[in-house]
Design a protein around this ligand. Sequence first.
Ligand code: ADP
Ligand code: MG
Length: 729
Amino acid sequence: MSILRFKAIEIIGQRKPIPVQVPSEKTSNFYGINVFSTQIMRNYLTKDAYEAVVKAIQSGDTIDRKLADQVANGMKHWALSKGASHYTHWFQPLTGTTAEKHDSFFEPAENGQPIEKFSGGALVQQEPDASSFPSGGIRNTFEARGYTAWDPSSPAFIMENTSGKTLCIPTIFVSYTGEALDYKAPLLKALHLLETAVVDVCSSYFDKKVTKSHASLGIEQEYFLIDSAFFWARPDLILTGRTLVGHQTAKGQQLEDHYFGSIPERVYQYMLESEIEALKLGIPLKTRHNEVAPSQFECAPMFEEANLAVDHNQLLMDVMEKVAKKHNFEVLFHEKPFAGINGSGKHNNWSMITNTGVNLLSPGSTPMNNLQFLTFFINVIKAVYEHADLLRASIATAANDHRLGANEAPPAIMSIFIGSQLSDVLRDFENNSAKPGKDSHSVGSINIKKIPEILLDNTDRNRTSPFAFTGNKFEFRAVGSSANSSSALIVLNTIVADQLKKFKTETDALIKKGKKVEVAIAEVLRQYLKTSKKICFEGNGYSDEWVKEAAKRGLNNIKTTPLALDAYVSKKTQDLFIKNGIFSDIELEARHEIMLEQYVKKIQIESRVMGELAHSHIVPAALNYQKKLSDNVVNLKSLGMSKKTYQTQLNLITEIGEHVSIIMEKVEAMVEERKKANNLGDTHKTALAYCNKVKPHFDTIRYHSDKLELIVEDELWQLPKYREMLFVK
Ligand code: ADP
Ligand code: MG
């Protein structure tokens, strides 16, 4: 039998766990060994160079070229000592993946003496001539060149491949005229903006010792793992990352027996190795467990400074993919690889932390008394309320639409869950000023109900909320599993920073009028709560009632990417980003264009693959079976059997015929719609056409294909089935 599906099952039956060598009993013995950390720098850099780098990391100071030469030299020596032969600027273009272009250290020198070279110039800046990366037209209109520039705040590291080692230098990617062409550049700007706003509020009102702050970020990563033999037998997985057809299994996740279940040995060995590789790269992985859906897993690191956490997450995905191949697995980061069971997300746990070591979103045991906590907490709520559409846009992709807003997914309404205890606190805080007989001008006199100590644990959780407060941080859960978190974090950090700036201005105005600081703060916060509390929702975010209730509250439910992306070019967004120096109008337009284009391309590829699957896999299998049946009927007839003997087969033949002809018809109609959409000459219109005219055909084609999968004899079906991909290990 030459059908790949059966070959795959055979191969997998022979597979054994591939045991992994742990480098040392103690993780600390190999943690970060592939990182040019500040500790290692001490041994390789001159005192001046070392101090310059530390300053750059801590205060964002620029490193001058002469010192850069020294840093490059030290870095080169370290990299060579680790066996690296090449170096690369490592950057995050708007494709969503990471990019590298390797250069050899080796140079044939003039005097015939070849040497290993790496100058400050090569460290600080490269021109990868990466003109094929998306630029949204920026480089057509301006200048074809793109530059990468060193980000000293994220340490260089060594990437190990089977055939060699490469020194990777985290960089931003900008055009010749300075427009950002990546995720990192605007993220760094947004983080700096937030720091300035946080320090201003903290040092003015709460603690003069606060001179620095940073956003903290811990990214939980969900993923699916399937055997590579199945993967290679599914053209849809290879080309789109998800299954476009496939009947659901009799057993799915309904028993919830996979969640936190014991990890199969082959998977365990894979996890172990990817963790070791990640830890060597200084990625502080902490937890691993099975997720809700069969074959779904999650891992999470300790939280870190946000820029570093994003780099580490990008790197982690890369490591996970590479290591998986060694264990004959493929990692699926797609948001919805299988219909009918849970999709995958990337939960972004985010907070703000000061140089005095205070987590500004930590309520403490008496949050009502903790005006500093309330200030940051309520300002985040207000920011999310004001810019809910932009947050929605920041996570919008064709793949994530399957998790938000599609048939079986939660709605795409942005709301905040804060838990019952803090809801009570906010209600009392808000109402206090309205209570007669109380001095509303003094926070000290707030009626402090005995607040039960808030336990910073998992007891108060709502897993249906896209943006949940979880004890001492917010968890932005709507981010897609394959996304570069920067997209969401550029927005989150910017809107909170902007909100804090407004808060500061309004509070200062009241103080100027003679109000006491605490009174002024409380007054402004109360006002914010009044306007923005309708974004808070404590119930089941997946329920139909919430959709209705949210509509009543005037909260948007933007179901598809082309519409969600509009928020990037709204007047409100332009004001926000341009005023705060995060994006220029050119950059915003370009990003909008790129994201629309990506949406179109994704659906276009899916549509082509769908057509191919129908023509070369599904329909032939169905016709084969139909032929088998009709041959049988002819035989029975020739034997003189009564019609009763073959009536059900005749029915089946008809049923197969019907499904086949609908599939063929719909594929043709889909191709027609694609042609029309391609000729609209306007990306926004094309994206809408792909969304509303092309994509709906997927559902119909899938429906009939899945029916056929149930009818057609198992032996003839070519595509690995859900039950096999999800349960065979
Ligand atoms: P759960 O699945 O229950 O949400 P996990 O342990 O899987 O919990 O993930 C929690 C994540 O939140 C971890 O990455 C953790 O480091 C991170 N985290 C904890 N505290 C903070 C904080 N103050 N700021 C940012 N992230 C945090
Ligand atoms: Mg989780």
